[in-house]
Design a protein around this ligand. Structure first.
Ligand code: 8YV
Length: 321
């Protein structure tokens, strides 16, 4: 019997993918940072039994339609907005993601980004490295406090809750907005559910952690930024497309809000001359929410286990429903 064929769209640790090498012919795109070109991905997918994919791979109708042997797509991410899940399902293709194991790592980064933006850490670090530190002034690089301020979390899923937990350590007042209220979170973390508008108006830090859906696309637009405090800092660790970047840029230069910490962008990688990332009051990161070595390795292993389970006729560990 011929072995199944698995295509892995980016260089991953072979050690973590061991369960796959034991049961299949595994081919891996050899680049760590450059995505597999679309044409090649289509070609590989056409004969693949399984794909291990990244957020940057578009797994759409065209690809799925032509992938006659495809049984499972394991996405190295908790999000799956790059995959046409309902079409995959209609073709009997199972979609898996990597929830839970990245929750704390992503919450650490999100809270760190909030701290870095509020306390102007990247600007201050550059100041030292660029040899600008010649003396000391009482308001030199003064940022704003985080402790005892109000954090407003939009999207109180697992990562949102983990961020809220961190905020309690900073004695923050916690507001949240979510499609569904979560009474447990309210009891455990003292978080208060409010409307989107109330959250915008009352928060010192507005933290976006929603998945990208038709409902959340460009939710942070000029109307939203207008409703925020002039001193507010906007943090985005979900998806770039939940923000209208032109509106965010205008809000930042006009002083409608005071700063932004962004780990995600509409087009990634963002162009180095993009006006948004030139601003002093913006801290920009290259989508590293889950990027600790431990977590990324665990994500690879989970993808491998999910694919192996499906190809062996078993239930995957984490399936997108
Ligand atoms: C990804 C993410 O893991 O999990 C997600 O949804 O956004 C990140 O943690 C990363 O972009 C690799 O695909």
């Amino acid at each position: 019997m011929t072995k199944p064929y698995i295509f892995v769209t980016r260089k991953c640790s072979e050690q973590q993918l061991k369960p796959l090498y034991e049961i299949a012919d595994v081919e891996m795109w050899p680049e760590e940072e450059t995505p597999c070109p679309r044409e090649l991905l289509l070609k590989k997918a056409a004969r693949a039994d399984a794909l291990l994919t990244m957020l940057s791979d578009v797994i759409d109708k065209e690809l799925i339609e032509n992938a006659k042997n495809l049984k499972v797509v394991a996405n190295l991410a908790v999000g799956y907005d790059n995959i046409d899940v309902s079409f995959a399902k209609s073709k009997g293709v199972i979609v898996c993601n990597t929830p839970d194991i990245l929750t704390d790592t992503t919450a650490d980064l999100t809270f760190g980004l909030l701290l870095a933006t509020a306390r102007r850490m990247t600007e201050a670090a550059e100041y030292v490295k660029e040899n600008k530190w010649k003396s000391w002034g009482p308001l030199l690089l003064a940022g704003q406090d985080v402790h005892h301020k109000t954090i407003g979390i939009v999207g109180m899923g697992k990562i949102g809750q983990a961020v809220a937990k961190r905020a309690t350590g900073f004695n923050m007042n916690i507001l949240y907005h979510n499609r569904r209220r979560n009474i447990e979170v309210e009891k455990d973390l003292g978080a208060q559910h409010v409307s989107f508008d109330e959250l915008l108006a009352s928060s010192d830090y507005v933290v976006c952690l929603t998945p990208l859906t038709d409902e959340t696309r460009e939710r942070f637009n000029k109307d939203a930024f207008k409703k925020m405090k002039k001193t507010a800092i906007f943090i985005n660790a979900s998806r770039g497309a939940v923000v209208n970047e032109a509106d965010l840029y205008k809000a930042l230069i006009s002083g409608e809000i005071s700063g932004a910490g962004l780990d995600v962008f509409l087009h990634e990688p963002i162009a180095s001359d993009h006006p948004l990332i030139q601003l002093k009051n913006v801290v920009a990161l290259p989508h590293i929410g889950s990027a600790s070595s431990e977590t990324r390795h665990a994500m690879m292993k989970l993808c491998a286990d999910n694919i192996a389970n499906v190809l062996n006729g078993n239930e995957p560990k984490t399936i997108v429903k």
